[in-house]
Write a protein that binds this ligand. Structure first.
Ligand SMILES: Nc1nc2c(ncn2[C@@H]2O[C@H](COP(=O)(O)OP(=O)(O)OP(=O)(O)O)[C@@H](O)[C@H]2O)c(=O)[nH]1
Ligand SMILES: [Mg+2]
Length: 193
């Protein structure tokens, strides 16, 4: 029987949640992009207003359902809906943002229930355009908050980079994810503490 893992992508506007799901998905992505309001339009022309949905297929038939949350706080009612039954969280933070650490704090606070129940990984995007020290600062913030998690650089447009993020998160949830052995998916079928 194949296992379905549900993973949520969260983070600020422009961090790359929609791009990451587009890069990763093996099905056509369902997106809810709309013309951005003035403040967001300075960053990019459209923004996610409800969710992105894609599916990453693992070699053994297991699937990772990928849900992208809207970055804007005014759509935060979607955050609780999307995190229901999720097994893990990817927080994307842009190294090119004015204060990546403050951005990380905002989304750790907002998704703290899910983080405490499951697992989180931090992807640092826009490394080519941003503060070279961002990853180090974000690692320090995770340590300050007492959250054990990987902080990895990832270009959200790169399937290789984002697949590495998701696989690292999956293995922290279930060391047998993607395997066909007898223990495969054991954490996914058990409710996580
Ligand atoms: N240069 C560079 N561009 C990136 C990188 N990651 C993502 N991008 C670009 O940054 C933009 C990110 O936009 P989206 O993927 O829509 O961002 P989002 O997080 O979904 O934003 P909202 O839905 O508005 O919250 C896109 O234009 C990507 O091509 C990166 O590592 N480097
Ligand atoms: Mg988006």
């Amino acid at each position: 029987m194949s296992i379905q893992y549900k993973i949520v992508f969260a983070g600020p506007v422009g961090a790359g949640k929609t791009s990451a799901i587009q890069a990763l998905s093996d099905i056509e992505v369902i997106s809810t992009e709309a013309r951005a309001s003035d403040d967001v339009r300075k960053l990019k022309p459209t923004t996610t207003v409800a969710m992105d949905y894609g599916v990453m297929k693992l070699g053994n038939g297991d699937q990772v359902r990928l849900y992208g949350a809207p970055g804007q706080k005014r759509f935060d009612f979607m955050w609780d809906i999307l995190t229901e039954n999720a097994l893990g969280l990817v927080v994307l933070v842009s190294a090119a943002a004015p204060d990546p650490v403050a951005d990380l704090r905002t989304y750790l606070d907002a998704f703290r229930d899910l983080i405490d129940r499951t697992a989180v990984i931090v992807g640092v995007t826009h490394g080519d355009q941003g503060n070279a020290a961002a990853r180090h600062l974000l690692i320090e913030e995770m340590q300050r908050q007492g959250i054990p998690a990987c902080v990895m650089e990832a270009d959200a447009r790169s399937r290789t980079d984002v697949a590495m993020l998701v696989k690292t998160l999956l293995f922290s949830i279930d060391p047998f994810a993607g395997n066909a052995g007898p223990m495969a998916g054991s954490a996914a079928v058990r409710p996580l503490a």
